[in-house]
Design a protein around this ligand. Structure first.
Ligand SMILES: Nc1nc2c(ncn2[C@@H]2O[C@H](COP(=O)(O)OP(=O)(O)OP(=O)(O)O)[C@@H](O)[C@H]2O)c(=O)[nH]1
Ligand SMILES: *[C@@H]1O[C@H](CO)[C@@H](O)[C@H](O)[C@H]1NC(C)=O
Ligand SMILES: [Mg+2]
Length: 418
């Protein structure tokens, strides 16, 4: 009888102890999530003991001042924290006020799922940045479920206001319809599409002022069906912020002139009307070979962008967009958001506020950016074929960008020119 109750007591004590241990474990994970402000479910299963130091390191809150030297950015294998990517944990250091952003249709769900998975595997699983999804129609339950399950940060879903996805009242509908019919006949890609034009106008003038985007200072645009081929060890948002960059790209090329015949005329009108918006030391020479008289058609490919939202929300940028919108070329021609963003960046940013991310590999059909330099590709565990790199080929403008910046081209570029 006595022996029996002792065993019983021992069992109770053990059970209480086990509950306490369990409580402490779950509690510490909860705190961890609270402290870093994401509570990302995908991190809950993290058990790698080696990463716990990194996970538990205190980091400044978003927006809080910090000393960059306290959190070295792993830009090269010689920098501290380069190997932290080998752990499952969250990357040490501060987080920026930043988000991924994707414009998509419900039918894009599997193509965007693929894109997200790559961004997460190569970068965001350790940084847990948020992701904003925008659509001209409400996102359905499947789209939300799949994308939320893949993103390690918080997701949010916004509908685009009608007036940002329709014809402004000053657009002559007959004239616009004739243009579409004509472009269809001339087989200009997306030439007869109305929705493509709304998309280009929205990406040119509105995505950055959607209510969900007002919560952030930097964005990284991701499209469905893209590829990332290399590890990203450091935080590109932080690189932008600390180096005062406003616009980052990976691919550049010549625009199809049939889609923008009068865009440069409108640009010249803007320069004339708003000379105060054109900055000194700008990148005009990237856009024009004759000091601004004509456009050489070079632009940054905007399906990948890492940029400053505050810049896009500036009076300068909005004056530019409003003038273009009034001139009607989004509908009377087929102006793309890529040349619009690029021309704005070329005129209104100092040239060293624009950044080329050689170390971020990327493909959006049909062009690939695969980092130049074998050592870099090995260090970053890249899986792209260097032969596919578009940077130094004849139709790319990246060589011109290097020239105007006075940058030395990376080793090995000569072998990738054709
Ligand atoms: N919600 C919504 N998103 C769209 C629509 N059209 C295009 N998009 C999105 O806008 C972005 C650009 O459209 P894309 O069709 O990729 O255009 P593109 O990159 O010029 O051409 P491809 O990718 O080669 O087809 C993508 O993120 C699309 O998902 C639309 O009608 N509605
Ligand atoms: C992030 O940036 C937005 C836009 O500038 C601002 O309204 C918001 O307060 C910022 N958040 C933090 C945490 O600093
Ligand atoms: Mg696309």
């Amino acid at each position: 009888m006595i022996a029996g109750s002792t065993r019983y007591l021992r069992f109770i004590l053990f059970a209480v102890f086990a509950c306490l241990v369990l409580y402490l474990i779950t509690q510490s994970k909860y705190n961890d999530a609270q402290e870093f402000g994401t509570g990302a479910p995908s991190q809950a299963g993290n058990t790698a003991a080696s990463s716990s130091n990194l996970n538990n390191q205190k980091r400044p809150a978003v927006g809080e001042a910090y000393n960059p030297a306290d959190y070295p950015m792993p830009l090269t294998p010689n920098d501290p924290n380069w190997d932290s990517i080998l752990f499952d944990g969250r990357a040490p250091g501060p987080r920026m006020n930043a988000t991924f952003v994707t414009l998509a249709r419900n039918s894009d769900v599997w193509d965007i799922a693929h894109s997200i998975r790559q961004v997460e595997d190569r970068f965001n699983r350790r940084y847990n940045y948020d992701w904003v999804f925008l659509n001209d129609k409400p996102f359905d339950a499947t789209f939300k479920k799949i994308t939320t399950s893949l993103v390690s940060g918080k997701t949010s879903y916004g509908v685009i206001p009608k007036e940002q996805w329709s014809f402004p009242e000053w657009i002559d509908q007959d004239k616009a319809a004739k243009v579409r019919a004509d472009m269809k006949e001339r087989k200009i890609i997306y030439g007869d599409s109305v929705s493509y034009r709304h998309m280009c106008r929205f990406e040119s003038g509105f995505f950055f002022r959607h209510p969900l985007m007002l919560n952030y200072e930097y964005y990284w645009r991701v499209e469905p069906g893209i590829q990332f081929y290399c590890d990203v060890h450091y935080d590109p948002f932080r690189f932008m912020a600390e180096n005062k960059k406003k616009y980052g790209f990976v691919l550049s090329l010549y625009e199809y002139i049939e889609t923008i015949p009068t865009l440069w005329e409108s640009t010249k009108k803007f320069i004339k009307n708003f000379p105060e918006h054109v900055v000194e030391d700008n990148a005009m020479d990237f856009l024009s070979d004759d000091g601004g008289e004509t456009y050489n058609k070079c632009h940054f490919w905007s399906n990948f962008e890492i940029g400053s939202l505050n810049w896009l929300r500036s009076r300068q940028y909005l004056d530019f967009f409003d003038l273009l919108d009034q001139d009607g070329g989004f509908f009377y021609e087929r102006w793309g958001d890529a040349p619009v963003h690029s021309i704005a960046a070329g005129l209104m940013l100092k040239k060293d506020e624009i950044h080329f991310f050689n170390d971020i590999s990327y493909k959006h059909t049909p062009f690939t950016h695969c980092p130049t330099g074998e050592k870099l590709r090995l260090d970053l565990k890249c899986s792209c074929n260097p032969k596919d790199n578009f940077d130094w080929k004849g139709y790319s403008c990246t060589s011109r960008y290097f020239d105007i910046m006075g940058l030395e081209k990376p080793e090995g570029y000569e072998n990738q020119q054709d």
